[in-house]
Ligand binder design. Structure first.
Ligand SMILES: *[C@@H]1O[C@H](CO)[C@@H](O)[C@H](O)[C@H]1NC(C)=O
Ligand SMILES: *[C@@H]1O[C@H](CO)[C@@H](O)[C@H](O)[C@H]1NC(C)=O
Ligand SMILES: *[C@@H]1O[C@H](CO)[C@@H](O)[C@H](O)[C@H]1NC(C)=O
Ligand SMILES: *[C@@H]1O[C@H](CO)[C@@H](O)[C@H](O)[C@H]1NC(C)=O
Ligand SMILES: *[C@@H]1O[C@H](CO)[C@@H](O)[C@H](O)[C@H]1NC(C)=O
Ligand SMILES: *[C@@H]1O[C@H](CO)[C@@H](O)[C@H](O)[C@H]1NC(C)=O
Ligand SMILES: *[C@@H]1O[C@H](CO)[C@@H](O)[C@H](O)[C@H]1NC(C)=O
Ligand SMILES: *[C@@H]1O[C@H](CO)[C@@H](O)[C@H](O)[C@H]1NC(C)=O
Ligand SMILES: *[C@@H]1O[C@H](CO)[C@@H](O)[C@H](O)[C@H]1NC(C)=O
Length: 756
């Protein structure tokens, strides 16, 4: 089960790695993607022509004596056009200037942004959801919604993917079940309706089978079937299920243990759109400009085909501006905790006890304690004290850890886990942020405590001649409060590429999520059969919660478009925790929209949002204009007669019809800024909504009209919001506009305004 690596408090890191260290010569061909924009034709006959056109374009650049390079090509031809190829830097540069080319960029690796969570979300929806639920009690959710998961593949034998109760596969489905020696057609079924895999090159053998576990975990979180008595070796025992158990899954295996090649991820998008998925869940990422990012490119074209793309915010928090995937056409999800903690109690020789957090099957008991040592007291004589306090590599003397429980203060430097698990008896990490993020340490006794408990433990060591302690095995703490709390690793806004779209959009559970895993044959819990379910943390886990929620809404509102569903989830998100207080971050401060977006999703409430913000394809086209892309690029990407508005500036991005408002620069000396939004009624006819505003003092916010009415046959109305910052504090001002229909419907619009 738990490998030593899993001890790392940070389960899924989010960063980018270059696929290989290339020779410095710019004459050596390297893998690139050549992106050619929109494909107006999706029929196969035309696709053949597209391939031919790619080859012609390529042979105009590659010298004929190296034509074998042309055979390595990977084509995109359904929803968008482009190819991957081995190019020299010079060739890449030459191609990027070509009339038909949007962008040429290196084929880098994306990284993974690594169950009770569902019950928690429903309980949190509270009173209001009960009335919504009762309206939908007799509705049978449709089984026609298809979620495409672009990830590391699938473990099809998991009970979460059984197809009991599913009827025929929807006839519009055009996908396939790709075979390989370890995966045959019978591994697909009426639940797991498609599986494709992608390879890096001709010598790479691929498979839709998941050998990492990330893809299986994400797929079962989004749409796993009901499975009774799921647990991780008895921990978190209960019924497991995904967000939309009635939905089907299509798997696009674009990753291996090292990450996911950009070329594969793009191909997966192209296929998924063509196959007919409704929603794509993609828990991967890196931080690249829009036209070098397969999720931004794939997501743009998916949106044009009506497919909702849900993706993870990244795990680079808690610092600001760490968020990735900030394009308005993707649904970006941050991570939060759920109301379940895993407590590993630290018991000191003086009988004091502290509730630490971890997932460990320690065999230590109350009755026996072990010598307790602080890192700096077991340092090598060459080490720097601050390093020894955090036990960074080579700062502690391995011989002095033998038989002891070691206490270290968290730091960014690498901790020699291997050393501890081999020689020490147990390990206590003092980490304020990670006290909410239990890590799996297998059999090794482990606990993370916060700063205040940590200093008490260190004081005890400091003031005691022979300090001792023990760490008890993990017990589950249900109904943990407060929850949700923003996960420390969850990447924060504002976006690095534009601050005029509020990101993340929402948060969802992403800490210690129980879902299906790849059973590890070398279970180190002696005598136990390998677990089918396991814990993972990361915005990777939050993403499929939202994909599942979106599928759930679509299964009850089959005619709703992707932007209606996204808007419904955003405007009904909650900003309160389970003690009725505003959501906090892991240091106990109220969380702002750069941490949580509109808040924690509340799927039952999103079934009945009142009205929605439809962001149109034209809105996204205008985004390209306002962002400053050239006319050539916009023509290629939109392949319509669309023309940019005469006035184009980065600031105008705030005007696109998004369900939240972000203004990156509001000059206090200038007149106010007015933003217009248009909304579509999906609730009862003749509804009248009244606005109320919560804004920081000093920022004058006005909405007009203050009342909007959806008279009979009127489905769309517009309103304006003006911001006047003359008296406001400098920096980001956050607030909320709430439209209320006098009954059950509250439509909340979060705003973020940066005053200068
Ligand atoms: C396909 O795989 C299943 C499960 O691994 C196995 O039981 C079955 O015999 C295989 N079928 C074929 C045709 O290989
Ligand atoms: C092909 O891909 C595999 C797997 O990613 C890699 O190990 C190998 O080096 C690649 N070979 C070539 C020729 O690029
Ligand atoms: C549930 O799972 C636990 C742990 O895996 C097992 O001990 C128990 O027998 C199971 N109970 C049922 C009713 O299957
Ligand atoms: C929590 O919010 C406060 C106030 O905004 C900030 O100073 C702190 O760094 C945040 N902590 C985390 C872990 O995000
Ligand atoms: C705990 O398990 C370890 C092996 O993991 C074993 O060496 C040790 O004797 C066990 N201790 C107790 C108290 O059972
Ligand atoms: C520590 O210091 C002692 C005496 O100052 C020296 O003999 C010994 O080699 C040092 N040990 C290490 C690991 O540097
Ligand atoms: C640890 O102890 C072993 C055996 O007693 C010895 O060989 C080794 O040098 C010691 N290591 C350090 C870093 O002191
Ligand atoms: C105990 O802690 C105090 C304050 O940090 C420090 O000055 C003192 O040296 C410590 N005593 C021991 C024995 O480490
Ligand atoms: C609403 O539309 C229907 C059908 O078009 C029409 O019969 C009806 O008169 C309209 N009602 C109002 C108030 O305009």
């Amino acid at each position: 089960m738990a490998s030593l690596l899993q001890l790392l408090p940070f389960i899924c890191l989010h960063f980018l790695t270059v696929i290989a260290s290339f020779s410095s010569s710019n004459q050596t061909p390297k893998p690139y993607i050549v992106y050619l924009g929109s494909s107006s034709k999706i029929e196969n006959g035309e696709a053949e022509d597209t391939e031919l056109a790619h080859l012609q374009l390529l042979s105009s650049i590659i010298p004929s004596e190296e034509s074998e390079r042309i055979s390595l090509i990977h084509h995109y031809k359904h929803a968008f056009k482009g190819f991957s190829a081995m190019l020299t830097e010079e060739e890449a540069f030459a191609l990027s200037g070509h009339d038909e080319v949007v962008s040429v960029f290196p084929n880098l690796l994306l990284k993974f942004d690594t169950t009770r969570s569902w019950d928690f979300l429903e309980a949190e929806a509270g009173e209001r959801s009960r009335s919504t639920w009762s309206n939908y009690r007799n509705h049978q959710p449709s089984t026609d919604v298809i979620i495409g998961v672009i990830d590391s593949g699938i473990w099809p034998e998991s009970p979460s993917f059984n197809d009991k109760g599913f009827g025929e596969i929807p006839s519009r489905w055009k996908g396939v079940c790709m075979e390989s020696p370890d995966f045959n057609k019978s591994n697909c079924n009426r639940k797991l309706i498609g599986a494709r895999y992608y390879v890096a090159n001709k010598s790479d053998t691929g498979s839709a089978r998941d050998y990492d576990g990330h893809g299986t975990h994400c797929a079962s979180t989004a749409a796993g079937a009901h499975v009774a008595n799921a647990s991780y070796y008895g921990l978190a025992q209960g019924k497991a299920r995904g967000g939309s158990p009635s939905s089907r899954l299509a798997i696009y295996s674009a990753c291996n243990a090292f990450g996911c090649l950009t070329s594969n991820v793009l191909k997966a998008f192209d296929d998924a759109i063509q196959d007919g998925v409704d929603i794509i869940s993609v828990s991967l990422g890196f931080n690249q400009p829009y036209l070098h990012d397969p999720i931004a490119i794939g997501g743009f074209h998916a949106e044009q085909h009506g497919v909702l793309v849900v993706t993870s915010a990244g795990n680079a928090g808690p610092l600001p501006s760490t968020i990735t995937k900030t394009a308005p056409w993707v649904f970006t999800v941050g991570a939060s905790t759920i109301d379940r903690n895993f407590a590993s109690t630290v018991l000191l020789g003086n009988e004091k006890s502290f509730q630490g957090s971890a997932i460990s099957f320690s065999n230590l008991t109350r009755s026996k304690t072990y010598p307790l040592a602080f890192g700096k007291d077991i340092a090598t004589n060459l080490s720097v004290v601050s390093q020894a306090r955090s036990c960074s590599i080579r700062s502690v003397d391995p011989n002095k850890t033998v038989g002891k429980i070691v206490v270290c203060i968290s730091s960014d430097s690498t901790i020699p886990w291997e050393l501890f698990t081999r020689l020490a008896e147990g390990y206590i990490l003092v980490d304020e942020d990670y006290k909410y993020v239990p890590s799996d340490s297998g059999l090794f006794p482990f606990a993370v405590v916060g700063n205040s408990d940590g200093s008490q433990i260190i004081n005890y060591i400091n003031s005691t001649k022979n300090p001792t302690a023990t760490i008890l095995p993990t017990v589950e703490v249900p109904r943990y409060k407060p929850a949700p709390v923003v996960a420390p690793f969850s990447s924060r806004g504002p976006g690095a590429f534009t601050e005029n779209i509020l990101k993340p959009d929402v948060t969802a559970p992403g800490v210690a999520i129980l879902a299906a895993i790849v059973p590890d044959e070398e279970s180190d819990l002696a005598g136990e059969k390998p677990a089918d379910y396991g814990f993972m943390s990361g915005t990777s886990m939050a993403c499929p919660h939202v994909a599942g929620a979106a599928a759930f809404i679509k299964s009850l509102h089959p005619t709703w478009t992707s932007t209606m569903i996204k808007s419904a989830l955003i405007t009904t998100a909650t900003v309160y925790d389970n003690i009725g207080k505003p959501l906090k971050n892991s240091s106990g401060y109220y969380a702002n929209p750069h941490e949580i977006g509109a808040g924690e999703i509340s799927p039952p409430n999103a079934l009945n949002p009142g009205f929605v913000f439809e962001t149109t394809t034209e809105d996204y086209f205008r985004f390209l204009c306002y962002y400053g892309f050239s006319n050539k690029i916009i023509k290629l990407m939109t392949s319509t007669n669309f023309n940019c508005p005469k006035k184009s500036s980065h600031e105008l991005i705030s005007n696109i019809n998004y369900p939240s408002i972000s203004i990156s620069k509001l000059d206090r000396h200038k007149a106010f800024r007015t933003i217009e939004r248009t909304v579509t009624n999906v609730g009862s006819m003749n509804a009248i909504y009244t606005a109320s505003i919560q804004a920081p003092s000093g920022l004058a916010v006005n909405v007009y009209p203050e009342k909007i009415e959806f008279a009979e046959n009127v489905t769309r109305v517009s309103f304006k919001v003006s911001f006047n910052s003359k008296e406001a504090d400098s920096g980001y001002n956050f607030g909320l506009i709430t439209w209320w229909d006098g009954q059950d419907n509250y439509v909340r619009i979060v705003f973020a305004v940066n005053v200068e």
